[in-house]
Design a protein around this ligand. Structure first.
Ligand SMILES: Cc1cc2nc3c(=O)[nH]c(=O)nc-3n(C[C@H](O)[C@H](O)[C@H](O)COP(=O)(O)OP(=O)(O)OC[C@H]3O[C@@H](n4cnc5c(N)ncnc54)[C@H](O)[C@@H]3O)c2cc1C
Length: 350
């Protein structure tokens, strides 16, 4: 006679005191009722895949996985509720969304948690969440996009990053930047800072410059735009000049690449001062874009290499951790476009 199949115990929560089955079930249901977190009920005997990130890569992969493996419980964790809502305004300050909303994910049977993954324990295959919960998984699909790299620039602290938002993926920062532009004096100066390296993102940098020029042309025609471009290649500045001329923009723009003072040496965000390699500059609004690397959780989980990006095979298998699939912008060598992110999810070995 074969022994009955026993489900793998999958504890949830930071600590798991010894409980008998009845008390365990009661406690769990009470916790679920209190939090509304149906996704935290362990799916006994089923494989659980965690998808980190609800951008184009993560949301596409979650749907594809539900289709390819209906027996797998798919839990998608996204920290920014705005990313799963309707598409952000197409004004060049917001990152495009997945085009796949909460309702579509839930209708497909994907459990969605609005939370942040703060750590991964590979030994026990568990993810720690910002809310204090801990979630067991069998497979991990990592699609956290990009995150800023810290730069050793004097004065560039948390306050400066708040006052001079990057708006490079954060819906909150994009809102803050729009509000700051709204308060710009008629003859004020806007500075767009671009780092020397923005892998895969030159077109996005160009669209940001065009978005700022377009906004100023419409709302503050007497204002000035200065682009501090840490790179040494004038190609982007030339494309900007061509496109704004074709569009008829009349905003006074000064695009400085590194040899012309495009490098930021130190700053005082409270006073609106920037010290460049060619002298000081005063600004009313600063859109300070830092260099990027794979999202922070990729660094914490040990999935990124010295480049800051996640090495993986063509089908997404992490070369550093076989239980993980890497999707979207976080991949080393990714295209870093929506189409590229969607393709990485569709071509991954799910
Ligand atoms: C300002 C800007 C404008 C752009 N415009 C265009 C454009 O016009 N056309 C185009 O093709 N591409 C554009 N791009 C690039 C495009 O947005 C990206 O290539 C694409 O979004 C990448 O998809 P992704 O799913 O890999 O990552 P993302 O879209 O960045 O999604 C990652 C998600 O993971 C979440 N996340 C990260 N860490 C955690 C965690 N620990 N726990 C929970 N959630 C987490 C984030 O909140 C985020 O929603 C733009 C990018 C930027 C920055």
């Amino acid at each position: 006679m074969t022994a009955p199949r026993t489900a793998k115990p999958r504890t949830e929560g930071p600590t798991m005191p010894r409980l008998d089955r009845r008390r365990f079930t009661g406690t769990l249901l009470a916790a679920v009722a209190a939090t509304g977190a149906a996704a935290l009920i362990p799916a006994l005997g089923r494989q659980r895949a965690l998808v980190i990130g609800g951008g184009p890569a993560g949301a596409t992969a979650a749907l594809a996985l539900r289709q390819a493996r209906p027996d797998t419980e798919v839990v998608l964790i996204e920290r920014d509720p705005g990313r799963l809502g309707p598409a952000a305004p197409g004004d060049g300050f917001a990152k495009p969304g997945a085009g796949i909303g909460l309702a579509e994910l839930r209708a497909a049977g994907v459990e969605v948690l609005l939370d942040e993954v703060t750590g991964i324990a590979w030994a026990g295959l568990r993810a720690a969440l910002f809310s204090g919960r801990s979630l067991a998984f069998d497979r991990l699909l990592l699609a956290p996009g990009t995150a800023p790299v810290a730069e050793p620039i004097a004065g560039l602290d948390a306050r400066a990053r708040h006052l001079w938002p990057a708006a490079w993926g954060s819906t909150r920062e994009a809102r803050r930047l729009r509000a700051q532009l709204g308060a710009l004096p008629e003859t004020g100066r806007v500075v767009l800072r671009l780092p020397a390296e923005l892998p895969g993102h030159p077109d996005i940098a160009l669209s940001r410059a065009l978005a700022l020029s377009g906004w100023l042309g419409k709302h503050r025609p007497q204002a000035r735009l200065t682009v501090l471009d840490g790179g040494s290649d004038p190609a982007l500045a030339r494309r900007f000049a061509m496109l704004t001329a074709a569009r008829g923009d009349r905003i006074a723009t000064d695009w400085r690449i590194a040899p012309q003072g495009g490098t930021v040496l130190r700053l005082d965000a409270g006073r609106g001062l920037i010290e460049t390699s060619q002298g000081p500059l005063r600004a009313d609004v600063v859109n300070f874009v830092p260099p990027q690397q794979a999202g922070r959780i990729a660094q914490i989980a040990g999935l990124a290499d010295a480049s800051g990006w996640c090495p993986c095979t063509e089908t997404g298998r992490s070369v550093r951790q076989p239980a993980a699939l890497i999707l979207g912008d976080a991949r080393r060598g990714a295209l870093r476009t929506v189409a590229g992110a969607v393709h990485s999810a569709r071509s991954a070995r799910l």
